[in-house]
Design a protein around this ligand. Structure first.
Ligand SMILES: Nc1nc2c(ncn2[C@@H]2O[C@H](COP(=O)(O)OP(=O)(O)OP(=O)(O)O)[C@@H](O)[C@H]2O)c(=O)[nH]1
Ligand SMILES: [K+]
Ligand SMILES: [Mg+2]
Length: 443
């Protein structure tokens, strides 16, 4: 017996068609009361008049019946396709409530699908990501996760670990009179080593999946008046940040979201790096350096009418970053230098000259770093933490194997649990709450 829930599954606001979905034990009888008998054949749309409690027609539309368990949630489900006007939706929602259904919470349909074994937790997350996907790269990654790419990877590891565990426990329970530890090293050692290598490789992917999901982050840094905000606006094609000839114009981090090569990118303009004079400047520089530190790529912007490259800037940049020699329209005293060992671009941010070359390079770089590989990428911090936990236990198990098999067994057991928390095999209520609350209502 489950409560019967309903929600507007299509987007809010005026539309040609609105879809209201229903799931739970009393779905069938509520469908009959609203759409009349006979009940539509499962999965086939039937044109019906939907009536209120006085028998007046609310609207005319399509009714669908999905008999559990062959439904999205695994329970009895129904859909009403009505005209997408506010009054129609409200009247139908009122009728469903009067018949004993209640409005669903965010993610409640998917949570029921998860609880009924229709999908694991990573697939549910993939579904949420697919609904949120705004770029082609995000759509591809979410779809692959929703259709089980991560689940099958993690389930496969889990099954291998269960065999390893069986081997170790067998030795613990029925020790060979002779050299137990040696036998174990031979049997359980190689698969443990191979698995821990696989997990390490999965983690060591430059956080690709998380970047695809949350955005590749680029920080613009440099001295005051180098033209960082001008460059940000040029890249964004709009006046996102204030530009003036007063040094110290930008204080907070100003973010702009772009799509490059089908991937989400967040470009951050920052305060000019300098010996700060007052408290506000000190805080601005602190934030600039923190953003530079956490970014996936730094673009160091320099005014070419300077004599030398600023030390502080060179210190902050890394070898894969790029230097932007800006204000090429002004007297140039600074020149690109091979000694810096960094990609360099000549630019006039104000007129946009040189911008296409920079944009082309950025796009290629983002595509190269984020493109899909054969192996699926973990896409959330939650996955990373769980795989890291599993790997720690695997490494510990390897160390214990020849000394204390029973301790090795308990470590393998903990590694299995970490993988199970990842796929949701073991219910961790607060994890479930967090995952499903991120869904929209109606999914
Ligand atoms: N001639 C010329 N002027 C530029 C160019 N790029 C920026 N400027 C000017 O340089 C001044 C400073 O530009 P901003 O974009 O505000 O510089 P910023 O690096 O953001 O400066 P802060 O926020 O103060 O650190 C403004 O007057 C811009 O118009 C350029 O390529 N050529
Ligand atoms: K400025
Ligand atoms: Mg600025």
């Amino acid at each position: 017996m489950t409560e019967t829930i309903f929600a507007l599954a299509s987007g809010p606001g005026r539309a040609g068609v609105a879809v209201i979905r229903l799931s739970g034990t009393r779905t069938g009888e509520i469908l009959d009361a609203v759409a009349g008998m006979p009940r539509p054949k499962p999965r086939l749309a039937a044109l019906r008049a939907f009536k209120n409690d006085r028998g007046d027609v609310i609207d005319q539309g399509l009714a669908l019946w999905f008999e559990g368990p062959a439904s999205f949630t695994g329970e009895d489900c129904a859909e009403f396709h009505v005209h997408g006007g506010a009054a129609v939706i409200e009247a139908l929602a009122g009728r469903l409530t009067a018949l004993g259904a209640r409005p669903a919470e965010a993610g409640e349909f998917t949570r029921r699908a998860f609880q009924n074994g229709k999908m694991d937790l990573t697939e549910a997350e993939g579904l949420a990501d697919l609904i949120d996907a705004e770029t082609e790269g995000q759509r591809e990654q979410a779809l692959s996760q929703m259709t089980g790419a991560l689940r099958s990877l993690y389930e496969d590891w889990r099954e291998q670990l269960i065999s390893v565990l069986a081997a170790i426990e067998g030795e613990v329970d029925f020790p060979d009179e002779e050299d137990v530890p040696d036998t174990l090293s031979d049997t359980a050692g190689p698969p443990l080593a191979a698995l821990s290598q696989a997990l390490a490789q999965h983690l060591d992917d430059g956080r690709r999946g998380e970047r695809v999901r949350d955005g590749f982050s680029i920080a613009l840094i440099g001295e005051p008046n180098a033209g960082k905000s001008t460059l940000l606006n040029a890249l964004a094609r709009r006046d996102a940040a204030i530009v003036t000839d007063i040094p110290g114009t930008t204080r907070d981090v100003v973010e702009v979201r772009l799509v490059l090569g089908g991937f989400p990118v967040i470009i951050a303009d920052t305060a000019g790096l300098r010996e700060a004079a007052d408290q506000v400047e000190v805080e601005g520089v602190k934030r600039a350096l923190a953003r530079a530190e956490s970014a996936d790529l730094r673009l160091g912007v320099v005014d070419v009418s300077r004599e030398t490259f600023p030390d502080k800037l060179l210190e902050t940049l890394r070898s894969n970053d790029a230097l932007i020699l800006n204000k090429m329209d002004q007297g140039q005293t600074l020149h690109p230098s091979d000694e810096l060992g960094m990609t360099q671009f000549k630019l006039c941010a104000k007129s946009g000259e040189g911008l296409p070359a920079l944009e082309g390079w950025l796009e290629r770089l983002v595509v190269e770093r984020l493109s899909r590989r054969e192996a699926p990428a973990l896409s959330r911090a939650r996955h990373r933490q769980a795989v890291e936990r599993a790997l720690e236990h695997l490494n510990a198990a390897q160390r214990q194997l020849s000394r204390a098999p029973e301790l090795a067994a308990s470590d393998v057991h903990l590694a299995i649990r970490a993988l199970e928390s990842l796929t949701g095999r073991i219910d961790v209520e607060d994890v479930l709450d967090r995952v499903f609350s991120q869904f929209c209502i109606g999914k």
